[in-house]
Design a protein around this ligand. Structure first.
Ligand code: ZN
Ligand code: FE
Length: 233
């Protein structure tokens, strides 16, 4: 069983989330997207835990900048996409689409998701029904196309749409508020109620289930490639 602890990084600037992943069976700990070292070290000290792995979704600085310091401090291994081998500094373990990576007894399946970058990966813990989407999928929006084409992003989003509705997803940034005005209908009302309550308590808006996201995220609601591509013209 996997415990997920969000850590807000670059608060008020880029509002990144790093996530502490704790495998409850073995006590094995990983950090996903070490955005900056300081808040992550503080949380590890508070919880008296030492990460063994630093997992990455993609090479952008706001997702990897804490890697070097955490690797030095904890002796943790940096894990990311083989395609990012030359772009994620100090990468120790490189993974490809379909690979399985274990945090103790918790198994993640790697899903390649080009679009935001080429080489972006999603971390899908199948048994735990947990998905880390990095800068591919946010609450109510998606990541910008820095390297990929609209078609590549579309393909990546279709992979997410095919996953079960009861999977909870954890995005790379807290951008929920920007998408709220697009919410509509009964599903939208419920979504707004849930995330507004959490945000007003100073918590992350997520996690939200993929089922709820499919109903409310305007980019996931589009079901024709043509219509999706038109957004980027
Ligand atoms: Zn990014
Ligand atoms: Fe980012």
């Amino acid at each position: 069983m996997l415990e997920v602890i969000p850590i807000l990084c670059r608060a008020g600037q880029m509002d990144n989330y790093a996530y502490l992943l704790v495998d409850k069976n073995t006590g094995t700990v990983a950090v996903l997207d070490a955005s900056e070292a300081e808040p992550i070290i503080e949380e590890c000290e508070r919880k008296k835990i030492r990460p063994q792995f630093l997992l990455n979704t993609h090479h952008h600085f706001d997702h990897v900048e804490g890697n070097a310091e955490l690797k030095a401090l904890f002796g943790a291994k940096i894990v990311g996409a083989a395609k990012d081998k030359s772009r994620i500094e100090g990468l120790d373990i490189s993974l490809n689409d379909g690979d399985v990576f274990k945090i103790g007894d918790s198994e993640a399946r790697i899903i390649s998701a080009d679009g935001h970058t080429i080489g972006h990966i999603l971390w899908y813990f199948v048994q735990d029904k947990v998905l880390f989407t990095g800068d591919t999928l946010f609450n109510l929006s998606i990541g910008g196309l820095f390297e990929g084409t609209p078609e590549q992003m579309w393909n990546s989003l279709q992979k997410i749409k095919q996953l079960p509705d009861d999977v909870l997803f954890y995005p790379g940034h807290e951008y929920t508020a920007y998408g709220m005005n697009a919410l509509e209908g009964e599903a939208g009302r419920k979504y707004a109620e849930k995330v507004q309550k959490r945000l007003s308590e100073g918590k992350p808006a997520g996690p939200i289930s993929l089922g709820e996201e499919k109903e409310c995220n305007p980019y996931l609601k589009i079901d024709k490639l043509q219509d999706f591509c038109r957004l980027f013209n």
